[in-house]
Design a protein around this ligand. Sequence first.
Ligand SMILES: *[C@@H]1O[C@H](CO)[C@@H](O)[C@H](O)[C@H]1NC(C)=O
Ligand SMILES: *[C@@H]1O[C@H](CO)[C@@H](O)[C@H](O)[C@H]1NC(C)=O
Ligand SMILES: *[C@@H]1O[C@H](CO)[C@@H](O)[C@H](O)[C@H]1NC(C)=O
Ligand SMILES: *[C@@H]1O[C@H](CO)[C@@H](O)[C@H](O)[C@H]1NC(C)=O
Ligand SMILES: *[C@@H]1O[C@H](CO)[C@@H](O)[C@H](O)[C@H]1NC(C)=O
Length: 902
Amino acid sequence: MTPKCLPPSVMPAVVIFLILMPAVCSAIKVNCSQPNQPALLEALRPVFNLSSIRPVMNMTTSTNITTLFTMYGILGVDEKAQLLLTYLWLHYWWMNEFVSWDPIQCGTDRISLPKSLFWVPDIVINEFMDENRAPSVPYMYLHSNGRMHEAKPVRVVSSCNLDIYTFPFDIQNCTMTFNSYIHFASDIKISLGRDAVTITQISRDVMTTMGEWELLDITANDNQEEHNDDYIDELKFHVRVRRRATLYVVNLLIPSCFLITVDLFSFLLPPQNVDRSSFKMTLILGYTVFLLIMNDLLPITGNTIPLINVFFSICLALMVASLLETILITNLLCGSADFSPVPRLIQVLVLQILGRLVCMPQKTKRPGDSEMKPNFVVAQQKPDGKLSEEMGPVDKSLQELRSLGKNLQAIRLQVEKLGGSQGSEDWIQRCPRKVKPAKVLFICIISVLMHAPCSSVMLNCSQPNLPSLLEALQPVFNLSSIRPVMNASTPTIVSIDFTLVSILGVDEKAQVLKTYIWQTLRWRNEFVRWDPEQCGTSRITIPRKLLWVPDIVINEFMEKNSAPFVPYSYLYSDGLVIDDQPVRVVSSCNLNIYTFPFDIQNCSLSFNSYVHRLTAMQLDLSSNVSDILKHSKKVMTTMGEWELVGLTVNSYILPAGGEELYQEMRFFVSVRRRATLYVVNLLIPSCFLITVDLFSFLLPPQNIDRSLFKMTLILGYTVFLLIMNDLLPVTGNTIPLINVFLCLCLALMAASLLETILITNLLCGSVHYSPVPRWIRVFVLHILGRLVRLPPKPRDREDTVTRNPAAQEMKVSSLVAEDSEVSQQKGPLDKEMVWQELRSLGSDLQAICLQVEQRLGESQTSEDWIQVAFIIDRLLFSFYILFISVSFITIIIIWMQSNNTS
Ligand SMILES: *[C@@H]1O[C@H](CO)[C@@H](O)[C@H](O)[C@H]1NC(C)=O
Ligand SMILES: *[C@@H]1O[C@H](CO)[C@@H](O)[C@H](O)[C@H]1NC(C)=O
Ligand SMILES: *[C@@H]1O[C@H](CO)[C@@H](O)[C@H](O)[C@H]1NC(C)=O
Ligand SMILES: *[C@@H]1O[C@H](CO)[C@@H](O)[C@H](O)[C@H]1NC(C)=O
Ligand SMILES: *[C@@H]1O[C@H](CO)[C@@H](O)[C@H](O)[C@H]1NC(C)=O
């Protein structure tokens, strides 16, 4: 047969090839003219022209590749992306049937030559996810019997299903599958050159680095299952590596054990004397920093939560519980005076049953206690009375008056001492007032400083072997620059198929989705057709660059394809070309982070020809979408942060400017975030903190420094905001709900802190304030007070409380006066003495009255202010509870919805 439709210019070339071919194909043994290297190179030259085909004469002969590797280093593990980084020295051996020479005739039994001159197998590691960044080695060895030896270093970035349950004491079992990317088992077989035990031994001896990971063992299993011809032979290695946990133990576990011990011992702090709640709050702050570190270290996987995270979370929960209990105790200790008596139920349950359980029996009430004291006092007075019986009645009354005077003087001294301290209090209060303008200036300066920051051509093979087929294909290769159709108006139909192998991650900041796909394109080349009988084979693998390849691109592609390069494609006798290659897709995607971390992202991958219009190229789908989805889910082994939930496809015909149209095949990939670890690491701790803030309203502001406590809480909260800021992108359209939630929480915390400061100010400083203005009295005390069930205290009772003692004292003093009048009947000396005694008594009493009146008058204005403070406090507390319950219900509903959509 002669080529029918080939352009005339190709004809002479074909004729030349037909003449040259027999000479090439019989070249099995190479003859050297001289026993030196240049002569050998000269003799090898015809072999180099055969570099694009597999070096076998009969296509049914398989190329057996022997491989082995030495693991030179374990560079690390990326838990977030579920990757294992290793450095390997790879060796491949195979036979080249086209070449052999006599070592004596040529002077050497091997020669090193550039790899580009020969066919090299497309062996890849299936789990390889990134480009090989190891230095490239351009040479390989060729032995006199035709044995080829290729060796190269590879920096393997392989995906691995990392089990982090027992972190940091984890052992990872990672798989490396060696196989040819496109060659079927009938073409390439792969076998192990050395047993796995020796490989492990040599790797251990060679490994110099003492990094985080230690090689345990390497096991190999050869997939020898016999299918039909169309399977790919693979060699699986299981590499087990163990983490060296010492540093994690020293850096994480021991400090956290220390913190828990401190928390345990903090129960020994007496809650009456020391501010235990502030202490515990600071401890929780330290703990959130640990959670921050854990969040950076660990991946978000859907199947398991690491044990260490569970441990940390339980510790935090215990700390929060003990803090809440401390707050409750402080509340009881300081505020129990205003409470109604302990109900009977609590009395029995807590005091008697629980009390016995913890070896703190109920204090037995001694009923005599209250009566004993007066009796004692009476008993003390009795001897005095006996003594005075011997004296006269005036002497007696004088004696009585003297003792009374002494007692009064003592009381006056005490009261005056109190008054003196009142004076010092005034000093303390007055001094800060003078400092105030300076303070304001200082704050101003600080805030200023802070701002600065066919009809096809039938080919003829002269012989039914590969070299002759290659020669016959030569004219087709010369036509590789044009679309393989005879008539330019015939469109090329390209079928697209892909398998989503791995979802490497989502970059919210850059708005990109990183995936790894195996992309298969099929089309028909009208220039090629051969008789399988005549040429000895129905298919052949040839380098892709020798053929025309469609310019199918993914529109959203943002980066160059860094997947391992696979140079070969299959060409069938009927002109079908199957082009298969891995692609690491970095595609832009409009990420909707409104419902983070319960978000489902829908990203599109649009396949289209970059320049060809609809008249030149049409797209088609070779298998249906549900099969693609099913196969992808089967192949995807890693349980990373993202889970594939759906895949749909749509074909669009779009205008391409002018009258022309182009076709686009758009796949929509739905991926869902596995939110468990975000819930455990972020949401639950922040809920704990909010609960603590809620309970902090129970701390009595009179006794405990509530503002310091709240400030520490806000500091802990900013740590969470810091994590969020690292995690989330800054997009113009939507702010994630969780950020809004966290910000509102912070706002409430800040508001409650300001309110606490106000209350503390009112409680301590209201003594010097002018009385409460009328509108505040009406609005706050009456309206708001009723709203929060803190009705204003009845005013008249206050009056009786304040005025009565004074009145009673007046009566007492008059009684005393009457008594003294009665005793005037005695002698003048006695009268003089009694009068003197009475005068001093009167002045003492007056001093006491003055002090008491001053005190009572002050407390009246301050009591109103304090009432205002308490009403505002309770109002904010109710607002807080309302907001927190609404937002928690919202978050739980969103979470349930996102879980139901799976
Ligand atoms: C190489 O030399 C041998 C004799 O030494 C001869 O039989 C053979 O045909 C020669 N081969 C080529 C390719 O010249
Ligand atoms: C090998 O290819 C070169 C061009 O690359 C050509 O000049 C030479 O004739 C070819 N040799 C054979 C034996 O086909
Ligand atoms: C390759 O190995 C198979 C058995 O696995 C054997 O039958 C075949 O002859 C070998 N081929 C070569 C070229 O060594
Ligand atoms: C590693 O995992 C593979 C399957 O993933 C399993 O067949 C092999 O036994 C495991 N190796 C060890 C040592 O557990
Ligand atoms: C190729 O090998 C197969 C079996 O190995 C044999 O049947 C066939 O005849 C061979 N073809 C040629 C052209 O030698």
